[in-house]
Design a protein around this ligand. Structure first.
Ligand code: WTA
Length: 645
């Protein structure tokens, strides 16, 4: 294959392995046409994967576009669909959650265990005063209490807002404040590379900046390792469970359009956007894609290595697999701790059937070497998936051969926080794969690649990826900001409304989409354009970071200048956390070549960071006029830090 070294260049096609197709959930070769011909009623097939308390009367209401409504008048409860119905259908002793902790601990929750704890915690939340439609903020690492709290919220109709535990107290505070959230569930701390980190302190700091009262529940994750103070207003999670032992709470029937959760993403302006997802449409499409794309069935051991704090974790660790009654794995640790074969060790020990990860992880595995996967028996694997950024043919082929042994299809799934569920991907039992191209639009969705004038570009040309039909899992609005919702995402055309994804892509003669990167990037690194402000706001959100400025060096690589909280300069764990957070929220291409810690960034008197000066420092060039600087002494420190290497 001559194109292996040319990332992003869709070339040869690879047919889905026969052994896979023979058992696949979806093998109907007419499925794309059928969905197309029967649109929008085709989406009833997705909704039919769920149990509804009241049926819908209309599949799609587009009277008030782009504020669409799906499965109008239908009612259902997400927690009932993820938990109760599996218990009722006689699968209560089937494993729902299998957790692998940072120190090698494991815990298994059967569907019955999950039922009990979700009910008890739902009763506890009610006892604290949580009512239907109250937003509950969750700030925890990947521990079972996080999905349990999500489901407990869903049970009583309280939307959750999960904030990634790697984000700072400041970021948490902003999200609590904006969502008017009066309840927080967090934990004392967590382990990173074997060290205990205090999360409760961050949460306490966050609350100092919030104007309204917030009641907190604290999970004791670290026990004696990290004694923490429980303030008078706080409640201990396990004590609450004891108080409500054996309690059950009827699942609250929610209208299909009621909010299931809020998820904040960092926007281009750095102002977080509260993406609203609903109960009926979201759950339907997430269930359908878990069934048709991830090919999940109840008997599967399924592992998605994302953090639950991101959308991937919401849709494809929690809601999708549990709706289908699958066993979902939760992994709290890092892929290379204690050893670089950690991931393959987990796959082998648990006989994982389906594995879903990100290209950034695959590229690390590649860098570490094939001896790590090869030292384990990975024959349990049936299907592999990726999400988050383009996977070039080289990483694709490596994943296919060294992890999948040429026997597992790869689904390269393109989607976004805002799309809620997968949108562009092959169906592994139907469509051939093209390494480097994600695939065709999912059945029931439609897209177009347009130029800056809004008209479709020619086949093979790159342009803006836009979605031309509504879909069930779509973002319904931005919390408290309908104007910004329309402004950020929608364009009105002669044919109706077009959703702008903000990605650049091209499409080939077979309708396969290759995603090239974000549109509003200002820098091209390694052939991929990167939006600097997004890198900056991501780094600035990391706990321990005060401010970040990112510039490109003459070598076209990114350099991050980061001012830290006192005592964190030179802290390698902070460096790791920054890299990991950038990787997870943007992608490896955006991870800086160097992170330079500093006490202060050079600023003008009006407080603007002098990027021009930072570029000169990066490139070792003369500084030019520095009279506008408020803190000239900061420059010498940076020059010394850069020279040090
Ligand atoms: C990028 C993650 C190429 C894209 C689910 C998108 C991808 C952004 C792919 C959303 C893929 C996601 N190929 N690029 N398979 N999947 N992206 O909101 O730029 O964290 O717009 O959602 O990731 O990131 P988000």
């Amino acid at each position: 294959m001559s194109d292996r070294d040319t990332p992003l260049d869709g070339g040869d096609t690879v047919d889905p392995p026969r052994g896979f197709v023979d058992q696949a959930n979806v093998t109907n070769e007419r499925i794309h046409e059928e969905f197309d011909e029967g649109w929008p009623e085709c989406w009833e097939r997705a909704a039919d994967l769920l149990d509804w308390s009241e049926p819908w009367t209309k599949v799609l209401n587009d009277d008030d576009a782009p504020f669409y409504e799906w499965f109008v008048d239908g009612t259902l409860n997400a927690a009932y669909n993820c938990v109760d119905r599996h218990v009722e259908s006689g699968r209560k002793s089937h494993a729902a959650i299998k957790w692998e902790g940072k120190l090698g601990e494991t815990r298994t929750y059967t569907y019955q265990d999950l039922y009990r704890e979700v009910n008890e915690f739902a009763a506890a939340l009610r006892g604290l005063g949580v009512e239907e439609d109250d937003v509950v903020t969750l700030y925890m690492p990947v521990i079972p209490e996080l999905p349990i709290a999500m489901l407990a919220c869903a049970r009583i109709g309280a939307p959750h807002s999960v904030v990634f535990a790697g984000l700072s107290g400041k970021a948490l505070g902003t999200r609590i404040e904006r969502a008017d959230s009066e309840y927080l569930v967090t934990c004392d701390g967590y382990y990173r590379r074997g060290n205990a980190f205090n999360l409760k302190n961050k949460a306490d700091d966050a609350l100092l900046k919030v104007d309204h009262d917030v009641r907190s529940v604290v999970v004791d994750r670290l026990g004696e390792t990290l004694p923490h103070t429980i303030d008078d207003a706080d409640r201990d999670y396990h004590e609450l469970l004891d108080e409500h032992a054996g309690a059950t709470v009827d699942p609250v029937p929610r209208s299909a359009e009621d909010m299931l959760f809020l998820m904040y993403t960092s926007g281009t302006t750095g102002e977080p956007k509260g993406v609203e997802h609903t109960t009926g449409g979201y759950l339907s499409q997430v269930a359908w894609t878990s069934h048709a794309v991830l090919d999940l069935e109840p008997a599967d051991m399924y592992w998605c290595s994302a953090d639950i704090g991101w959308i991937t974790g919401h849709s494809y660790i929690v809601y999708g697999p549990l709706t289908l009654g699958t066993t979902t794995m939760l992994y709290e640790g890092s892929p290379d701790y204690p050893e670089r074969d950690r991931v393959w060790d987990i796959v082998e020990r648990n006989a994982v059937d389906v594995f879903y990860t990100a290209p950034t992880a695959i590229r690390s595995f590649m860098k570490w070497g094939e001896e790590y996967p090869e030292s384990h028996d990975l024959s349990s694997l049936r299907l592999l998936g990726t999400v988050g950024e383009p996977i070039g043919p080289r990483a694709w082929n490596w994943y296919y051969e060294h992890v999948g042994n040429g026997e597992c299809p790869i689904v390269d799934t393109w989607w976004q926080t805002e799309t809620g569920a997968m949108m562009v991907t092959t169906l592994p039992g139907v469509d051939p794969m093209k390494p480097g191209a994600a695939g065709p639009a999912l059945p029931g969705t439609d897209l177009d690649i347009v130029g800056s004038d809004g008209s479709s570009v020619a086949e093979g040309e790159s342009g803006y990826l836009s979605i031309t039909r509504p879909w069930p899992a779509m973002v319904r609005s931005l919390y408290d900001d309908e104007d910004r919702f329309i402004e950020e995402y929608w364009t009105e055309t002669d044919d109706g409304w077009r959703y702008e994804t903000g990605d650049r892509a091209r499409i080939d003669a077979d309708g396969y989409v290759s995603v090239l990167g974000r549109v509003d990037d200002v820098l091209t690194v390694g052939g991929v354009r990167i939006e600097i402000t997004r890198v900056e706001s991501t780094i600035a959100g990391v706990d321990g970071v005060v401010e970040a400025a990112v510039v490109a060096g003459a070598n076209n690589m990114l350099y991050a200048y980061v001012s830290t909280e006192s005592g964190r300069m030179g802290d390698d764990a902070l460096r790791d956390l920054i890299n990991e957070t950038v990787e997870r929220s943007i992608g490896t291409v955006a991870t800086p070549l160097r992170i330079v810690f500093t006490t202060e960034l050079p600023k003008t008197r009006s407080g603007k960071i002098m990027r021009r000066l930072l570029e000169s420092v990066t490139n070792g060039e003369p500084l030019g006029d520095t009279s506008a600087l408020r803190n000239p002494e900061s420059v010498g420190e940076l020059q010394a830090a850069i020279r040090d290497r």
